[in-house]
Ligand binder design. Structure first.
Ligand code: EPU
Length: 421
């Protein structure tokens, strides 16, 4: 298992560029199955989850040419309707192949997606299944392990999501895009990655209206043509770097990003005293008076405060004056990692599985830690960068899933960070 060794307390400054968005790339790769023509993807992040997605697609029979940040995908000859269980079990993103496969082949067999530890009950997929049933498919669950979905004919649907889900919205949107009928989806998630996917599919022949709002209307088409998609900047990486700069009181310019996508975070940072300016595709954080003022947050679907930024924000609150109530509303197990932050010296009280109170400012000290999941992992990296002494973070596969070449990029702005195999 690889680990990071970080000697904290170094001055960070310079420029850091944001990669393409993981949660956009993980949808656009399976979306290639909607077309039998050549798909080109640019600005791909060089992360583990992208590799896993290509592995699944290759296993299905797709021809993929992937070099650095670009890939071409040809699924013309593909007719495999079963997702490789071992591969799908490795990451939650495997669920994104199901909707396009069902739409194209009218049948798909897949295991319950594996992956991450943040949701109770293994992260349910009931909304996806309910949606496929609404399209006229029959869903068979075999001994709680895998699913067979089949349909003689798929038809359009009027589906209301009982709760807002990003990947379920994207999945049903993709399926509907090639069912030649009208579908209306209500109570949809509104994340920028959804809008980007819809805009792209529309340029290739789909007819999806309303992406980025709660109601989407999709007039399914016979054919999605060849196309080129440039992955949008990763808003969670952007937010993570802005928070890192604020926590380290650094002078740091974050480039190749879209500040519009993290406005909720930026408003809060302004309120608590972080000095920054921003333009169309950059954010410049400048060191200023400390301590910052503590401020509570409640995670919410977009455009609210992103759950994926909750963990880095908790680290920032350990450096702020006063108490902050952090309320995690999306996932049941996404605050457990804060126990490790307490071990580093943070003053954190857990009220219940969804709420903690931080009291700051507190000095943090290096420790031996284990990254439990992707976002907790980056939070531990930020904590280690501002801590006194040496921190070891084990299980950094979890961090590599979503942050490309982190040691190189952080090293270039002054961090003392090393990857040890
Ligand atoms: N949920 C259900 N049933 C379902 C689907 C979801 O009960 O069928 C619940 C989940 O358990 C959760 C809530 O709905 O409590 C919302 O989860 P959502 O479905 O929106 O999450 P997701 O689509 O699985 C995406 C991102 C996550 C991000 C969330 C919320 C991808 C690949 N993943 O997940 O990203 O946290 O939206 O914004 O897009 C990450 O990048 O670290 C990450 C976890």
């Amino acid at each position: 298992m690889s680990k990071f060794i970080i000697n904290g307390g170094k001055t960070l400054n310079g420029k850091i560029a944001v990669s393409g968005a993981k949660n956009s790339a993980l949808k656009i790769i399976p979306a290639a199955l909607l077309s039998t023509e050549l798909i080109t993807i640019k600005n791909l992040p060089e992360i583990e989850d992208v590799e896993r997605s290509f592995e699944v697609l290759r296993d299905l029979g797709a021809k993929i040419n992937h070099q650095g940040n670009e890939a071409t995908i040809d699924t013309a000859g593909l007719n495999n309707t079963e997702l490789n269980a071992k591969m799908a079990d490795k990451f939650r993103g495997s669920i994104m192949f199901v909707g396009p496969m069902l739409a194209r082949f009218k049948e798909v067999k897949f295991p319950h997606p594996g992956g991450c530890v943040i949701g109770a009950g293994g992260r349910p997929i009931d909304l996806f299944l309910e949606g496929y049933r609404a399209f006229g498919a029959e869903v068979e669950e075999v001994s709680g392990k895998y699913y067979n979905i089949k349909a003689k004919n798929l038809h359009g649907a009027n589906y209301f999501f009982p709760l807002v889900s990003v990947t379920a919205t994207e999945s049903l949107m993709m399926t509907a895009s090639i069912i030649p009928d009208k579908t209306v989806l209500k109570n949809c998630a509104m994340e920028p990655e959804i809008t980007a996917l819809a805009e792209y599919l529309n340029t290739q022949g789909a007819n999806i209206q309303g992406a980025g709002t709660p109601t989407m209307t999709i007039e399914g088409q016979e054919k999605i043509s060849a196309g080129t998609f440039t992955v949008i900047p990763d808003r969670i990486e952007t937010g993570s770097f802005v928070i890192m700069a604020a926590a380290a009181n650094a002078n740091l310019e974050i480039t190749d990003c879209n500040p519009e996508h993290i406005m909720t975070l930026l408003q809060i940072l302004k309120k608590i005293g972080v000095d920054f300016t921003f333009g169309e595709d950059w954010i410049k954080v400048t060191s200023g008076n400390r301590p910052l003022q503590a401020h509570g947050i409640r995670t919410h679907e977009y455009p609210g405060f992103a759950t994926d930024l909750q963990s880095p924000y908790v680290v920032l609150m350990t450096q702020a004056q006063g108490t902050a109530l952090i309320h995690e509303t999306i996932y049941d197990r996404r605050l457990i990692w804060t126990d490790m932050l307490s071990q580093m010296g943070a003053n954190i009280t857990m009220c219940d599985p969804h709420r903690i109170v931080t009291q700051g400012p507190t000095k943090l000290y290096g420790k031996r830690l284990m990254s439990p999941d992707l976002r907790a992992g980056i939070a531990l990296v930020i904590a280690a960068l501002i801590a006194e002494g040496r921190t070891e973070i084990d299980n950094i596969y979890q961090i590599d899933r979503g942050y490309a070449k982190l040691e190189e990029r952080l090293g270039a702005i002054g961090a003392d960070i090393e990857r040890v195999e």
